[in-house]
Design a protein around this ligand. Structure first.
Ligand SMILES: [Zn+2]
Length: 167
């Protein structure tokens, strides 16, 4: 694979790891030219997971979209790249397990998964993601998710509080 740093195509695999459901293999690679380490992923292509949107529309499950939202929530937070990778692939892993029989998953289920993972990783990122998520999803559904996560999330219940004061 082409090294993202120097562009050489010689590399060696230093670690291979399969996810729990066996749908993804993650390989740590090291460039022979410059020693830079990077990660590649192998996914099964034949049966894509379809995401059912609230509108009923379906689209392919796209980890990049989730990554975009998660990265925005984690901006300037003291969280390692490895922890973010673990979080994203944990979400992919669970989504694959949940959709194993139907190959479908609801967008709300994915939102809940992201919230749960962020909650245990970084509370500030959790609140950021939750406040964006709330703009696009039904408020009652959102509050139910917060309730499920426990009393630590209490301040978010206060609907009169302007978003800016949450941080
Ligand atoms: Zn290189």
């Amino acid at each position: 694979m082409k090294c993202p740093l120097c562009g050489k195509t010689d590399d060696k695999v230093i670690e291979s790891r399969q996810n729990q459901s066996g749908t993804t293999i993650r390989r740590r690679r090291e460039c022979i030219g410059c020693g830079y380490r990077f990660t590649s992923y192998e996914h099964i292509e034949e049966v894509p997971i379809m995401v059912i949107k609230r509108s009923g529309r379906r689209e392919n499950f796209d980890l990049k979209k989730i990554e975009y939202g998660v990265m925005r929530a984690l901006e300037k937070r003291p969280v390692t790249h490895a922890a973010i990778e673990d979080l994203l692939h944990g979400i992919e892993d669970e989504a694959a397990m949940m959709s194993r029989s139907t190959h479908e998953i609801r967008s709300e289920t994915i939102g809940d998964l992201v919230l749960e993972k962020l909650f245990s990783l970084d509370k500030v990122a959790y609140v950021r993601f939750a406040s964006v998520y709330r703009q696009f999803e039904d408020v009652k559904e959102f509050i139910r998710v917060i309730d499920d996560l426990g009393p630590d999330a209490e301040p978010i219940h206060d609907e009169s509080r302007p978003d800016g004061e949450l941080f």
